[in-house]
Design a protein around this ligand. Structure first.
Ligand code: FAE
Length: 531
């Protein structure tokens, strides 16, 4: 249930958007020359946790977000567009969409020409690796599948050995799940609904091949989904909405953490405000240079905002780039030399199988994945494969999967001064261990069912797409570039609070871990550094 504060906060957000404002909350806190106690860059999971907990401790917070405030409906009455009919709202300054599944039956029928606009999904290209990220108030929560999976405890212990796992599993994971409004699909609904045939088909095949499957929690409101199916609520997950935003049903951050944060009255969110530079003044306060831009990407105003405490929640790519730039241009020269290191795509590999004609996956498909194939115990090829929908509106007989593998390869970023951007060093061969693990699992499934791969979906006649990811992790690794709570080495009152802290792989989808880790870190930081 939403609290009164959350309702107040969400109303403030929608009212500001309806009035065409970029700033929600006390406006002076985002004005040029403002000095604030705490500044948070970004509005994704780590940023949203930081803002809420700081504000609850009585500390005024300003949040700066380069993407739009996604709350006011466009001419068609909807805030977001669908996957099958994308328009300018879909992608970040593109003239053509760049969907992960580029083709169908080898035909270029998926992508559409669009008008360049600050759309909600970005694809950041780095040669052999492209990274999909959400842009807008709410970050990745606006575009993701919402699978809120807690990692296996033994693997978590390997990834972040310095973090007290008892505290995470007893306290911070449950807290994150509650605040994110995670829930699990009713198994009867999954069994009976036409919209989950794709999931039942893939799960039954996996089980028949001797593999384990599991339901996983998600942040889509499954009671709402039932009403969609009953025809008593507008369709969203059942109407092809996800990658370019959900108009209803998904408990994205503007409805949870950010609404609660705004409801304190102490939080200001400035959208279309892109942070370009971080310096320190003589008092040790942080001076952030930020460009307020319009929908044509023209700068409306360049502002400087000062902050006693600065939290970076711009995501693995954004936080890493801001800190690398600050270190290598000499603005914050004492930042750790490990910044930019320890990056990985969470072993992401996408693949699809072609089923036999008697094993259809359904014309109707919910966009929300709810099950995974869990073969993580297989030491030769650890894989947790999300059973993903392919909501094309026609029968495709395709089973699609996002495999998360235990790929030990890591990339790193360097700062390219001429281009003024961070450049990822990751080569195609580094994806191979992950692809080999995924292949071993899906070969097993194909052998068991006499089926084969789909080569028509990812371009280049490939069965495995290992050149893009949804789960960028690392770049500012906890305990290496920071102390064990996200405080940046070399500076005081400067914190990383997002997916940049996790070193490259996690074994499952990362959103709930990013949230829980931010909860843990903020509790320590507020107690020791601020309150
Ligand atoms: P993130 O949510 O990326 O937010 C960072 C924010 O900072 C963004 O709003 C940026 O626009 C903003 N920003 C960046 N640079 C600047 C700057 N210079 N100035 C101002 N603002 C800036 O960060 N994870 C799951 O666990 N389950 C899923 O089912 C799942 N599905 C996914 C599906 C897709 C298509 C995608 C793209 C991702 C998916 N993820 C999923 C990943 C998840 O969304 C991602 O790990 C988190 O959103 C990362 O959270 P952060 O707080 O690190």
């Amino acid at each position: 249930m939403a609290t009164r504060r959350q309702i107040l906060g969400y109303s403030a957000l929608t009212a500001a958007a309806a009035a065409g404002l970029a700033v929600v909350g006390p406006r002076a806190a985002a004005a040029d020359g403002a000095r604030v106690p705490a500044l948070v860059i970004g509005t994704g999971y780590g940023a949203a946790v930081s803002a809420l907990r700081l504000a609850e401790a009585g500390i005024p917070v300003t949040m700066l977000e380069m993407g739009r405030l996604w709350s006011e409906p466009a001419e068609d009455g909807n805030v977001f567009c669908t996957i099958t009919a994308p328009d300018r709202r879909s992608m970040w300054f593109r003239s053509r969409t760049e969907a992960p599944l580029a083709t169908f039956l080898w035909l270029d029928v998926v992508n559409r020409d669009i008008e360049p606009y600050p759309g909600v999904l970005d694809r950041v290209d780095h040669g052999d690796m492209a990274v999909y990220v959400g842009r807008g108030v709410g970050g990745g929560s606006l575009v993701n599948g919402g699978m809120a999976v807690v990692p296996r405890r033994d693997y978590f212990g390997r990834v972040l050995p310095q973090v007290d796992a008892d505290a995470m599993y007893d306290r911070y994971y449950p807290l994150a799940q509650t605040e994110l409004r995670a829930n699990t699909i009713d198994q009867g609904f999954h069994r009976d609904s036409d919209y989950y045939r794709f999931s039942r088909t893939a799960a039954a095949q996996a089980e028949a091949a001797g593999l384990k499957t599991a339901f996983v929690p998600g942040v889509y409101d499954f009671d709402y989904m039932r009403r969609e199916e009953a025809g008593t609520a507008p369709e969203s997950a059942l109407g092809g909405e996800l990658l370019y935003g959900n108009n209803h049903g998904k408990m994205s951050l503007p409805k949870t953490y950010l609404a609660k944060a705004l409801g304190t009255g102490l939080v200001t969110i400035a959208a279309r405000h892109e942070v370009r530079r971080i310096e320190q003044d003589a008092d040790g306060d942080y001076l952030v240079t930020v460009e307020h831009k319009d929908d044509a990407d023209e700068v409306i105003a360049t502002k400087q905002i000062g902050a006693r405490h600065l939290f970076l929640g711009a995501g693995s790519l954004g936080t890493t780039e801001l800190l690398l730039r600050a270190r290598d241009t000499g603005d914050l020269p004492d930042l750790d030399e490990s910044i930019g290191q320890g990056w990985g795509p969470n072993g992401n590999v996408m693949t699809a199988r072609a089923n036999q004609v008697w094993a259809p996956t359904g014309v109707k498909q919910s966009t929300i994945p709810v099950m995974g194939i869990d073969d993580w115990d297989n030491e030769d090829a650890r894989v947790f494969a999300e059973i993903a929908p392919l909501p094309a509106g026609i029968e495709t007989w395709a089973s699609l999967y996002l495999a998360i593998t235990d790929n030990p390869e890591r990339g790193h970023f360097t700062y390219d001064a001429a281009a003024d951007r961070a450049v990822l060093h990751w080569s195609a061969d580094q994806a191979e261990p992950g692809t080999a693990a995924a292949k071993s699992l899906f070969d097993r499934l194909n052998r068991a069912h006499g089926t084969s791969y789909r080569y028509d979906l990812f371009g280049g006649n490939r069965a495995f797409a290992d050149d893009f990811c949804y789960h960028p992790l690392g770049g500012v690794v906890l305990g290496e570039a920071t102390d064990d709570y996200g405080r940046l080495n070399g500076y005081e009152r400067l914190y990383a609070t997002d997916s940049s802290l996790i070193p490259g792989a996690l074994g499952v989808n990362p959103l709930v871990t990013i949230t829980a880790l931010a909860e843990r870190n903020l509790e320590a930081v507020i107690g020791a550094d601020i309150a």
